[in-house]
Design a binder for this molecule. Structure first.
Ligand code: AMP
Ligand code: MG
Length: 265
């Protein structure tokens, strides 16, 4: 999965990175592997919770219809809601806008034993905010450095950070938007505004490329996930996550009391 990780300082061109990959597998095999990863993730997450020593932050960013919701559903299938939280970042409220842009984000970062998934994140403040000129360039252009420092602080204080950009093609987005339009049970997800965003594809691509080029670090790497195939996208995210958790060298805590010889009557 290393091939999807952006090395620090790399100049990213999204056009050169795949949206469609299969890792040499077919869908059936991919789904089978995901099941195994789900089970491993479930066990690792339980140990993380029991041990209460590590904090894990997963950041998901994508264009509209990129698959953030589906990734969360499929990758975290089977994990315990007690130790896994999702924080979704929508258009900021008035109160949030009255503060600096990291204020609302910091409140949701994980504590010991927790995995927190950011469904959108502080990166919107260099994406939609940049594309729509919601603040002037003098302001958003300084944010890459703030974000880098913020994430370094989180990492220095014991947070494992993994960031995923779900990379889909314009053609795939068109198909997914059409599918939402054709299915009345998906209309709630369809926003006419998404069509206006789609027209700004190139502006978003430039914003994503600068984000990836400037904020992929050793302590908080970006992975550009080929996401046109949903099953492969899930597999990549689950694999990176499981490997990162296995790398923490966790163990169950020792019991508080000596349990040898304890008999339940
Ligand atoms: P959705 O994820 O489809 O529910 O949409 C959430 C919307 O909130 C998207 O259109 C985002 O671009 C928008 N959003 C998220 N964060 C910000 C932000 N910091 N400033 C402006 N819009 C935002
Ligand atoms: Mg949307």
């Amino acid at each position: 999965m290393d091939r999807y990780r952006i090395p620090p300082g790399a100049a990213v061109r999204l056009g050169a990175l795949p949206t469609r990959d299969d890792g040499g597998m077919d869908k059936h095999e991919g789904k089978q592997r995901l099941k195994e990863l789900n089970e491993r993730l479930e066990a690792l997450q339980e140990m993380l919770y029991a041990e209460g020593k590590h904090k894990v932050l997963v950041v998901l960013q994508a264009t509209d219809t990129g698959g953030k919701d589906g990734t969360i559903r499929h990758v975290f299938d089977g994990t315990n809601p007690q130790g896994v939280k999702v924080a979704s970042f929508k258009r900021p409220t008035e109160r949030e806008l009255a503060h600096d842009y990291l204020w609302r984000v910091h409140a949701h970062t994980p504590g010991n034993g927790e995995i927190v998934i950011f469904n959108r994140s502080h990166y919107e403040d260099v994406l939609v905010v940049r594309v729509h000129g919601l603040v002037p360039p003098e302001r958003w252009s300084k944010r890459y450095a703030h974000i880098e420092a913020f994430e370094r602080m989180l990492a220095d204080e014991g947070t494992t950070i993994l960031k995923f950009f779900l990379h889909i093609s314009a053609g795939e987005q068109a198909e997914r938007l059409q599918a939402r339009l054709d299915d009345p049970t998906k209309h709630w997800k369809f926003s006419v505004g998404d069509l206006a965003e789609r027209k700004r594809w190139d502006d978003y691509r430039a914003a994503f490329e600068e984000m990836l080029s400037r904020t992929s670090t050793e302590h908080a790497p970006w992975y550009v996930v080929p996401a046109d195939r949903k099953w492969y996208r899930n597999l990549v995210v689950a694999t990176v996550l499981v490997e990162a958790l296995e790398g923490l060298g966790m163990s169950y805590p020792e019991p508080e009391d000596d349990l040898s010889g304890v008999v339940i009557e």
